[in-house]
Write a protein that binds this ligand. Structure first.
Ligand SMILES: Nc1ncnc2c1ncn2[C@@H]1O[C@H](COP(=O)(O)OP(=O)(O)OP(=O)(O)O)[C@@H](O)[C@H]1O
Ligand SMILES: [Mg+2]
Length: 235
Protein backbone atom coordinates (compact mmCIF):
# COMPACT_ATOMS: atom_id res chain seq x y z
CA UNK A 1 0.00 0.00 0.00
CA UNK A 2 1.37 3.40 -0.99
CA UNK A 3 -0.31 6.33 0.71
CA UNK A 4 0.37 9.91 -0.30
CA UNK A 5 -1.15 12.69 1.76
CA UNK A 6 -1.08 16.44 1.11
CA UNK A 7 2.13 16.26 -0.93
CA UNK A 8 3.70 19.50 -2.16
CA UNK A 9 6.99 19.67 -4.04
CA UNK A 10 8.86 22.82 -5.03
CA UNK A 11 11.97 23.17 -7.17
CA UNK A 12 13.13 26.58 -5.92
CA UNK A 13 10.05 28.78 -6.27
CA UNK A 14 8.47 26.47 -8.81
CA UNK A 15 5.50 24.66 -7.25
CA UNK A 16 5.63 21.35 -9.09
CA UNK A 17 3.31 19.08 -7.07
CA UNK A 18 0.24 20.60 -5.41
CA UNK A 19 -1.64 18.81 -2.67
CA UNK A 20 -1.34 15.29 -4.07
CA UNK A 21 -3.48 12.71 -2.26
CA UNK A 22 -3.37 9.11 -3.45
CA UNK A 23 -4.03 5.67 -2.04
CA UNK A 24 -2.47 2.92 -4.10
CA UNK A 25 -3.40 -0.34 -2.43
CA UNK A 26 -5.29 -2.50 -4.83
CA UNK A 27 -3.07 -4.68 -7.00
CA UNK A 28 -3.14 -3.73 -10.67
CA UNK A 29 -1.85 -1.24 -13.18
CA UNK A 30 -1.88 2.49 -12.48
CA UNK A 31 -1.24 4.94 -15.32
CA UNK A 32 -0.02 8.40 -14.37
CA UNK A 33 -0.91 10.67 -17.26
CA UNK A 34 -0.53 14.35 -18.01
CA UNK A 35 1.13 16.83 -20.36
CA UNK A 36 4.91 17.33 -20.45
CA UNK A 37 6.05 19.06 -17.29
CA UNK A 38 2.88 18.27 -15.32
CA UNK A 39 4.87 16.56 -12.57
CA UNK A 40 4.60 12.83 -13.35
CA UNK A 41 8.29 12.01 -13.01
CA UNK A 42 8.56 14.20 -9.91
CA UNK A 43 5.69 12.29 -8.32
CA UNK A 44 7.35 8.93 -9.06
CA UNK A 45 10.70 10.22 -7.76
CA UNK A 46 8.99 11.37 -4.57
CA UNK A 47 7.76 7.83 -3.93
CA UNK A 48 11.27 6.43 -4.40
CA UNK A 49 12.69 9.17 -2.20
CA UNK A 50 14.83 10.70 -4.95
CA UNK A 51 13.31 14.12 -4.31
CA UNK A 52 12.25 15.57 -0.99
CA UNK A 53 8.80 17.07 -0.74
CA UNK A 54 8.26 20.42 1.00
CA UNK A 55 5.09 19.24 2.69
CA UNK A 56 3.01 16.09 3.05
CA UNK A 57 3.72 12.43 3.72
CA UNK A 58 4.32 9.30 1.73
CA UNK A 59 4.17 5.87 3.30
CA UNK A 60 4.84 2.45 1.83
CA UNK A 61 3.26 -0.44 3.72
CA UNK A 62 2.47 1.92 6.57
CA UNK A 63 6.04 3.16 7.02
CA UNK A 64 6.90 6.77 6.20
CA UNK A 65 9.52 6.96 3.45
CA UNK A 66 11.15 10.10 4.88
CA UNK A 67 14.66 9.35 6.08
CA UNK A 68 14.54 5.61 5.42
CA UNK A 69 15.75 3.42 2.58
CA UNK A 70 14.71 -0.09 3.54
CA UNK A 71 11.37 0.14 1.69
CA UNK A 72 13.21 0.59 -1.62
CA UNK A 73 13.89 -3.15 -1.62
CA UNK A 74 10.17 -3.56 -2.23
CA UNK A 75 10.26 -1.38 -5.35
CA UNK A 76 11.64 -1.79 -8.85
CA UNK A 77 12.22 1.53 -10.57
CA UNK A 78 12.79 2.35 -14.21
CA UNK A 79 13.73 6.03 -14.55
CA UNK A 80 12.71 8.14 -17.55
CA UNK A 81 16.34 9.02 -18.16
CA UNK A 82 18.74 6.42 -16.84
CA UNK A 83 22.28 7.69 -16.49
CA UNK A 84 25.00 5.10 -16.11
CA UNK A 85 28.72 5.36 -16.88
CA UNK A 86 28.91 5.07 -20.65
CA UNK A 87 32.01 2.91 -20.72
CA UNK A 88 30.37 0.06 -18.80
CA UNK A 89 29.45 -3.02 -20.75
CA UNK A 90 25.86 -4.28 -20.49
CA UNK A 91 26.76 -7.36 -18.43
CA UNK A 92 28.90 -5.20 -16.12
CA UNK A 93 26.01 -2.83 -15.55
CA UNK A 94 23.67 -5.72 -14.68
CA UNK A 95 26.28 -7.11 -12.28
CA UNK A 96 26.79 -3.69 -10.72
CA UNK A 97 23.07 -3.17 -10.11
CA UNK A 98 22.83 -6.60 -8.46
CA UNK A 99 25.79 -5.74 -6.25
CA UNK A 100 24.39 -2.35 -5.28
CA UNK A 101 21.05 -3.88 -4.52
CA UNK A 102 22.78 -6.76 -2.74
CA UNK A 103 20.30 -9.18 -4.21
CA UNK A 104 20.63 -12.24 -6.38
CA UNK A 105 18.69 -12.27 -9.63
CA UNK A 106 18.84 -14.11 -12.93
CA UNK A 107 18.69 -11.87 -15.98
CA UNK A 108 19.04 -14.65 -18.57
CA UNK A 109 15.31 -15.00 -19.26
CA UNK A 110 14.90 -11.25 -19.77
CA UNK A 111 18.05 -11.03 -21.90
CA UNK A 112 16.63 -13.79 -24.03
CA UNK A 113 13.14 -12.30 -24.16
CA UNK A 114 14.37 -8.89 -25.31
CA UNK A 115 16.95 -10.50 -27.60
CA UNK A 116 19.94 -8.58 -26.35
CA UNK A 117 22.33 -11.56 -26.14
CA UNK A 118 24.50 -10.11 -28.90
CA UNK A 119 24.66 -6.74 -27.12
CA UNK A 120 25.62 -8.03 -23.70
CA UNK A 121 29.36 -7.32 -24.18
CA UNK A 122 28.85 -3.91 -25.79
CA UNK A 123 29.61 -0.69 -23.98
CA UNK A 124 26.54 1.36 -23.12
CA UNK A 125 27.69 4.24 -25.33
CA UNK A 126 27.60 1.95 -28.36
CA UNK A 127 24.03 0.73 -27.92
CA UNK A 128 21.18 1.88 -30.13
CA UNK A 129 18.51 3.96 -28.38
CA UNK A 130 15.98 1.14 -28.32
CA UNK A 131 18.52 -1.42 -27.08
CA UNK A 132 19.53 0.97 -24.31
CA UNK A 133 15.89 1.13 -23.28
CA UNK A 134 15.64 -2.66 -23.40
CA UNK A 135 18.61 -2.84 -21.04
CA UNK A 136 16.89 -0.34 -18.73
CA UNK A 137 13.81 -2.49 -18.88
CA UNK A 138 15.77 -5.62 -18.00
CA UNK A 139 17.05 -3.76 -14.92
CA UNK A 140 13.50 -2.65 -14.11
CA UNK A 141 12.18 -6.20 -14.21
CA UNK A 142 15.23 -7.94 -12.74
CA UNK A 143 14.12 -8.14 -9.12
CA UNK A 144 10.91 -9.74 -7.94
CA UNK A 145 9.33 -6.85 -6.03
CA UNK A 146 5.70 -6.17 -5.06
CA UNK A 147 5.86 -2.64 -6.53
CA UNK A 148 7.06 -1.59 -9.97
CA UNK A 149 7.47 2.07 -10.84
CA UNK A 150 8.16 2.62 -14.53
CA UNK A 151 8.69 6.11 -15.95
CA UNK A 152 7.98 6.00 -19.69
CA UNK A 153 9.13 2.40 -20.05
CA UNK A 154 8.11 2.03 -23.68
CA UNK A 155 10.02 4.96 -25.11
CA UNK A 156 12.00 3.95 -28.26
CA UNK A 157 10.81 0.35 -28.15
CA UNK A 158 10.03 -1.44 -31.40
CA UNK A 159 6.65 -3.19 -31.77
CA UNK A 160 8.06 -6.63 -30.94
CA UNK A 161 9.57 -5.38 -27.68
CA UNK A 162 6.39 -3.46 -26.90
CA UNK A 163 4.43 -6.71 -27.12
CA UNK A 164 6.89 -8.31 -24.72
CA UNK A 165 6.52 -5.40 -22.35
CA UNK A 166 2.72 -5.81 -22.41
CA UNK A 167 3.09 -9.52 -21.63
CA UNK A 168 5.41 -8.94 -18.66
CA UNK A 169 3.17 -6.23 -17.22
CA UNK A 170 0.08 -8.42 -17.56
CA UNK A 171 1.87 -11.29 -15.83
CA UNK A 172 2.99 -9.02 -12.98
CA UNK A 173 -0.59 -7.90 -12.57
CA UNK A 174 -1.77 -11.53 -12.46
CA UNK A 175 0.80 -12.11 -9.71
CA UNK A 176 -0.93 -9.41 -7.63
CA UNK A 177 1.72 -6.73 -7.97
CA UNK A 178 1.23 -2.98 -8.10
CA UNK A 179 2.54 -1.41 -11.29
CA UNK A 180 2.67 2.37 -11.60
CA UNK A 181 3.77 3.77 -14.92
CA UNK A 182 3.74 6.86 -17.07
CA UNK A 183 3.29 6.99 -20.81
CA UNK A 184 2.04 9.22 -23.60
CA UNK A 185 0.76 6.22 -25.60
CA UNK A 186 -2.96 6.22 -25.00
CA UNK A 187 -3.81 2.90 -26.64
CA UNK A 188 -1.39 1.22 -24.24
CA UNK A 189 -3.30 2.79 -21.35
CA UNK A 190 -6.63 1.71 -22.80
CA UNK A 191 -5.39 -1.83 -23.10
CA UNK A 192 -3.46 -2.19 -19.88
CA UNK A 193 -4.55 0.16 -17.13
CA UNK A 194 -6.95 -0.40 -14.25
CA UNK A 195 -6.56 3.06 -12.73
CA UNK A 196 -5.83 6.41 -14.30
CA UNK A 197 -4.37 9.39 -12.48
CA UNK A 198 -4.32 12.55 -14.57
CA UNK A 199 -2.00 15.36 -13.57
CA UNK A 200 -2.15 18.92 -14.82
CA UNK A 201 0.29 21.56 -13.61
CA UNK A 202 1.06 19.49 -10.53
CA UNK A 203 -2.53 18.82 -9.51
CA UNK A 204 -4.55 15.62 -9.85
CA UNK A 205 -7.51 16.59 -12.02
CA UNK A 206 -8.89 13.07 -12.41
CA UNK A 207 -8.51 9.68 -10.78
CA UNK A 208 -10.58 6.64 -11.59
CA UNK A 209 -11.00 3.81 -14.05
CA UNK A 210 -11.35 3.92 -17.81
CA UNK A 211 -15.12 3.68 -17.54
CA UNK A 212 -15.17 6.66 -15.19
CA UNK A 213 -13.15 8.82 -17.55
CA UNK A 214 -15.33 7.89 -20.52
CA UNK A 215 -18.45 8.51 -18.42
CA UNK A 216 -17.22 11.85 -17.16
CA UNK A 217 -16.31 13.20 -20.58
CA UNK A 218 -18.84 11.41 -22.76
CA UNK A 219 -15.96 10.39 -25.00
CA UNK A 220 -15.13 6.84 -26.03
CA UNK A 221 -11.55 7.67 -26.98
CA UNK A 222 -9.07 8.10 -24.17
CA UNK A 223 -7.04 10.61 -26.16
CA UNK A 224 -10.12 12.81 -26.58
CA UNK A 225 -11.20 12.32 -22.99
CA UNK A 226 -7.79 13.39 -21.68
CA UNK A 227 -7.69 16.41 -24.01
CA UNK A 228 -11.14 17.47 -22.85
CA UNK A 229 -10.19 17.25 -19.17
CA UNK A 230 -6.90 19.08 -19.74
CA UNK A 231 -8.66 21.86 -21.69
CA UNK A 232 -11.39 22.21 -19.10
CA UNK A 233 -8.99 22.38 -16.15
CA UNK A 234 -6.21 24.39 -17.80
CA UNK A 235 -5.60 28.09 -17.44
N1 LIG B 1 15.68 18.77 -10.92
C1 LIG B 1 14.84 19.76 -11.27
N2 LIG B 1 15.12 21.05 -10.98
C2 LIG B 1 14.27 22.04 -11.32
N3 LIG B 1 13.11 21.86 -11.95
C3 LIG B 1 12.77 20.59 -12.27
C4 LIG B 1 13.62 19.48 -11.96
N4 LIG B 1 13.03 18.35 -12.39
C5 LIG B 1 11.86 18.73 -12.97
N5 LIG B 1 11.71 20.07 -12.89
C6 LIG B 1 10.54 20.83 -13.37
O1 LIG B 1 9.38 20.32 -12.74
C7 LIG B 1 8.29 20.28 -13.63
C8 LIG B 1 7.73 18.85 -13.68
O2 LIG B 1 8.70 18.02 -14.29
P1 LIG B 1 8.49 16.45 -14.46
O3 LIG B 1 9.76 15.91 -14.98
O4 LIG B 1 7.96 15.90 -13.20
O5 LIG B 1 7.34 16.44 -15.58
P2 LIG B 1 6.71 15.19 -16.35
O6 LIG B 1 5.24 15.26 -16.14
O7 LIG B 1 7.40 13.94 -15.99
O8 LIG B 1 6.99 15.58 -17.89
P3 LIG B 1 7.35 14.65 -19.18
O9 LIG B 1 6.03 14.19 -19.75
O10 LIG B 1 8.02 15.62 -20.10
O11 LIG B 1 8.24 13.55 -18.75
C9 LIG B 1 8.81 20.82 -14.95
O12 LIG B 1 8.47 22.17 -15.05
C10 LIG B 1 10.31 20.64 -14.85
O13 LIG B 1 11.01 21.60 -15.61
MG1 LIG C 1 8.57 12.63 -16.98
Amino acid sequence: MIEIKGLHKYYGNHHVLKDINLDIGEPGIYAILGPNGSGKSTLLKSIIGLVNPRQGTISVNGISVAGTHAYRNEISYLPQIARFPDNLRVFELIRLIKEIRNEEADESELVNLFQVESDIRKRLRNLSGGTRQKVNMILGFLFDTPYLILDEPTISLDPVSLTKFRKIISEKKEQGKIIIYTTHIMNLVEELSDHIILLLEGRIIFKGGLKDIYGKTGSSSLENAISMLVDKNGK
